[in-house]
Design a protein around this ligand. Sequence first.
Ligand code: AMP
Ligand code: FE
Ligand code: FE
Ligand code: ZN
Length: 276
Amino acid sequence: MIDLHSHTNESDGTCSPAELVDAAVRAGVDVLGITDHDTFRGFDQAAPLARQAGIEPVCGIELSTKLQGQSVHLLGYFLGDNGLADFRHWVLELQASRRERNVRLAARLRELGFDITLEEAEARGRGMTGRPHFAQLMVEKGYVADLREAFDEYLDESAKGYVQRIEPQFAEGVAHIRQAGGIASLAHPVRVKGDVPALLPELCDAGMNAIEAYHSDHARRDTECYLGLAERYGLLVTGGSDFHGAVKPGVLLGTGYAGNLRIPGDLIDRLKQRAQ
Ligand code: AMP
Ligand code: FE
Ligand code: FE
Ligand code: ZN
């Protein structure tokens, strides 16, 4: 079984890289893509452990990008040796812009009357501290009932505590991935606001060469729609559960929500062929 979309606690998942590998073994996943948000730290630690456990690790990353004003997630896979040093350097720059945003986010939350500090958030999120870690603190301190309320009322793009972060444009993210020899896949297209089929020509013009047709948030007809688009535009197909551990308790590695995810095993062969 393959799963090309998972997170460790180096971004917003709850499993350490070692725990993620253990979970993959238990789930029967033998090809595991690790796609932490804006960092390779989870992959770097998990990869040797995965190999020891007989699992093939796939190097991935999930970038937050801007597309027509909205935040769109972009997956990068098989970031080969050519240009990988440059790509990793660019990712470190993205992390610096996130840290700068976090300083302003902590100040904004204090302005709104919450006793929350940057240090507390960073104690949880470490190198990849983000809004989910601020949300956890708000729940623990009793300011909101749950993560949903933290986002809806304060942290979502449309909410009163939101502060802007400089994110790369979608096309810029695609260009960096392709220059590094990687495959650039539109993550969970069902979450993109607006008409995805209508947007696709622009995304393909930017060099995007894959789409995540299989995802635990996709209903069967969503997957069929994205498979149709892949066919029409000559895109590769990727798929994964988007496993985050305890923060998304219903989502299981390899199989998604209650087995709603069935990723064809041969999809990996086509990706590898193209990545070579
Ligand atoms: P950041 O990169 O720090 O801006 O945080 C982005 C992360 O916050 C996303 O990857 C999601 O995990 C989470 N997130 C963003 N918006 C929402 C939302 N409306 N509800 C729940 N989680 C969200
Ligand atoms: Fe996430
Ligand atoms: Fe995502
Ligand atoms: Zn993800």
